[in-house]
Design a protein around this ligand. Structure first.
Ligand code: GDP
Ligand code: MG
Length: 295
């Protein structure tokens, strides 16, 4: 009998590389919201996969970016932590990116003693020749021990990826119960599902100026009642969010409720309230309340 293997696989990479899509595909649940807009992911989220003789604890992280607000600094602290507390660093690259890792990230990675696996995503958008050249170049530049091409969106090659990761994991007992999927609360996951719709339905700075807080979460026998505050930074943004005769907010509610019903497998009541919290992205106290490690 082979020994049980378990460990932490931290997924890092630029915004839009496909980190959240990949984690959801691997876990088989939509734990992390993923949208075409960069910087959708703000918190580190773990997704747990337990199989025959192994447990992989994935961490999806915010994409690596230059901080412009205290919010971004806190996001980058979560990334820096992820660079150092995993057993395996899964370095995810979009095959179409010319510079999938910045010079700074490259030097951090080269000097990082963790085991590194380069995973080249969005294989569906490139030719075989392009992929081969990309793999060769970036495996060397990151000093990764191996490289694999996948498509997170089309779940191509994910079994090989899992097999490779199990191979690289240390022998260790399980860290979590076999039926656990994440460390995040249902309230948090619900707020993220609402936030995803805001990222999908509004343009420009509105999604980035928005935070969603679930203020009430009541699981009744026939219905799950969720009330959420949508925080914005300015009155003008509140107007945009609500829209003409409330039509825009209504669309967010309809779409989010559908996703929530799917996620919780239950009938949902969703109440949304838009509130103004000026410059919350630079307000340390407020960021702390939201669970960011802001200074
Ligand atoms: P993150 O910022 O790294 O978490 O990236 P997301 O998971 O949010 O994905 C960013 C965008 O890339 C989304 O629109 C995804 O649908 C898309 N995407 C992710 N993986 C693939 C893939 O394998 N192929 C294609 N064509 N698009 C993908
Ligand atoms: Mg993400």
């Amino acid at each position: 009998m082979t020994a049980y293997k378990a460990g932490f696989v931290n997924i890092i990479g630029k915004p839009n590389a496909g980190k959240s899509t990949l984690m959801n595909a691997l876990v088989g649940e939509k734990l992390a919201i993923a949208t075409p807009k960069a910087q959708t992911t703000r918190h580190r989220i773990i997704g747990i996969v337990s199989g025959e003789g192994y447990q992989i604890v994935y961490s999806d992280t915010p994409g690596i970016l230059e901080p412009r607000y205290r919010l971004h600094k806190s996001m980058m602290e979560e990334v820096n932590q992820a660079m150092n507390d995993g057993d395996i660093l899964l370095c995810l690259a979009d095959a179409k990116e010319k510079e999938p890792f910045s010079e700074e990230t490259i030097s951090d990675l080269v000097n990082n003693p963790s085991r590194k696996l380069l995973v080249v995503n969005k294989a569906d958008l490139s030719t075989q020749e392009e992929l081969e050249a990309f793999m060769e170049t970036w495996k060397q530049r990151l000093a990764a021990e191996d490289v694999l091409v996948i498509s997170a969106l089309h779940t191509f090659n994910l079994e090989r990826l899992t097999a490779k990761l199990i191979d690289m994991l240390p022998e260790h007992p399980a860290y979590y119960g076999e039926d656990e999927l994440t460390d995040k609360s249902e309230r948090f996951l619900a707020s993220e599902i609402v936030r995803e719709q805001i990222f999908l339905q509004y343009r420009q700075e509105v999604p980035y100026s928005t935070e969603v807080i679930v203020s009430s979460f009541k699981d009744e026998p026939d219905i799950l009642r969720i009330e959420a505050d949508i925080m914005v930074e300015r009155a003008s943004q509140k107007g945009i969010l609500i829209g003409h005769k409330g039509e825009a907010l209504k669309q967010v509610g309809i779409a989010a409720r559908k996703d929530l019903e799917k996620f919780f497998s239950k009938k949902i009541y969703l109440g949304l309230h838009v509130r103004i919290k000026e410059n919350w992205r630079d307000n340390s106290q407020f960021l702390q309340q939201l669970g960011y490690h802001a200074k």
